[in-house]
Structures are given as C-alpha cells and as structure tokens.
Design a protein around this ligand. Structure first.
Ligand SMILES: C[C@@H](N)C(=O)N[C@H](C)C(=O)O
Ligand SMILES: [Zn+2]
Length: 228
C-alpha cells in the first residue's frame, strides 16, 4: 500500500487556497442523487456542495453500472460543527490513550476527522457518500459509513483487507466512477471524497486549492443541483 498522507500532515496546510467564489448548490433541488437525511441538523448544510463537485458527481453517477446510484450523506459542514467533531474525537482518544502526546492525539484524530483549519467539508469540497442498489437501499461497503478506525478494526480504510469480497467489489466500483470523474479519496475512509480542496490539490499535484472555508452560508449563493 502506498503512503497514506493524513489530513494533519503539514504538507496539506501548506497548500495555498485561491478561493474561486463558486456557489454552493442544493443537492435536494432537482437532484439526480439520492440524498440521505441522517446528518440533517438545524444548519441545513449537509445537502450543499460546490458546483464543481456536483458536476463531477454527476459524471461519476453516469459512469456507474446500470442500477447503481450514489447516495449522498454529508456535504458542507460549518466550521463550528467541524470543530465539535474534531475536539470530540480527540477527547475520546486522549481518554483512551493518556500516554499519547498532544501531537500524537492531533495526528491520530486526523485519521477520522479533519483538523478544523484545513477541513474540506467546511469548504463544500468534500462529500461523504455510498452506493445504493436499484431499490434505493445502501449496499454493503464493508463497514457502516463513519465507522471509526477503533470501531471497525481498521476496516474503514479504503484498502482494508478485513472486509468481504462483495464489499471490496463495491468499493472498487465506487472508486472507479469517482476517480474517473476527478475526485480523490481520503484513504482512511472509504466514504470520503473531495475535489478542489487542499487535500485534493496535494494528491493530484495542483498548485492551489480552489475552495476555502465558508462559514455562514448566505441563501443567495445557493443554486440548484441542475445548475451544475
Ligand atoms: C467525520 C468523517 N465523516 C469525515 O468527514 N472525516 C473527514 C476526514 C473530515 O472530517 O474531513
Ligand atoms: Zn468526509
């Protein structure tokens, strides 16, 4: 397996961001995608993604074998929510491994949640998704989405070997469609894909990221998925 670059790696934070100002699109409006509401909250952010990400997801959806569809679970996340996720998980790790230094906690936490300063979800650039079959139900991808490395004995890693052949086939199908469309995966999470953020730029060798964090999401900057 090739080296896994974690989100906490200084090379990620070193990538410059040249914000392109692209709008967020609402995936529920005229959307070709299945949008799952399990991450719904008062902010209503989970169904928003940058236009360039939506365009690429449409291409990926078209490239899937007949009968399969993408199921979108979480897109944009407010910086405050990202911070809550990160600090909550870091606190769990700290409690379980009191011998770890703060640097170790930060690095290990970033296997599962991005440090808030570089987090791709806050830029509307990352999406957590899975595959659904013809009946609209989620397929088996080896672990529940958002299973942590501890909960899944590492099976959340995209290249994990401790999953069934069927789950591996599903991961390969998902990966083929998304990579061909220009998204990159975070290798510690089979469900996390992004375009235009710092992690994407570092992975593909782009000079800069296109999307920086968006805090309050103004209604007027939100378009419909069919605008992509
Ligand atoms: C928390 C998990 N769903 C996730 O999105 N992790 C990535 C690494 C992130 O926080 O950007
Ligand atoms: Zn994610």
């Amino acid at each position: 397996m090739s080296e896994i670059i974690l989100m906490s790696d200084p090379r990620v934070a070193a990538v410059p961001v040249h914000e392109c100002g692209e709008p967020l699109l609402d995936l529920r409006a005229d959307s070709p995608f299945l949008v799952d509401g399990r991450k719904q909250d008062d902010s209503g952010s989970y169904f928003l993604l940058r236009k360039g990400v939506v365009e690429r997801l449409k291409r990926a959806e078209e490239a899937l074998p007949a009968g399969l569809r993408l199921m979108i679970v979480e897109g944009h996340r407010s910086p405050a929510l990202q911070r809550r996720y990160f600090e909550g998980y870091a606190a769990e790790l700290r409690a379980g491994r009191p011998e770890w230094s703060e640097d170790e906690v930060h690095s290990k936490a970033s296997r599962y949640v991005s440090p808030p300063d570089i987090a791709p979800h806050t830029a509307g650039a990352a999406v957590d998704l899975t595959l659904a079959g013809p009946d609209g139900r989620e397929l088996d991808l080896g672990t529940p989405m958002n299973a942590s490395p501890e909960d899944s004995a590492g099976a959340c890693y995209t290249g994990a070997e401790n999953i069934s052949d069927l789950a591996r086939d599903h991961r390969e199908t998902l990966k083929a469609a998304l990579v061909a469309a220009g998204l990159v995966n975070y290798p510690t999470e089979w469900w996390h894909w992004s375009f235009g953020d710092r992690y994407w730029a570092l992975t593909v060798g782009a000079d800069c990221a296109y999307y920086g964090p968006l805090d309050k999401v103004p209604g007027q900057s939100i378009g419909r998925a069919n605008d992509a």
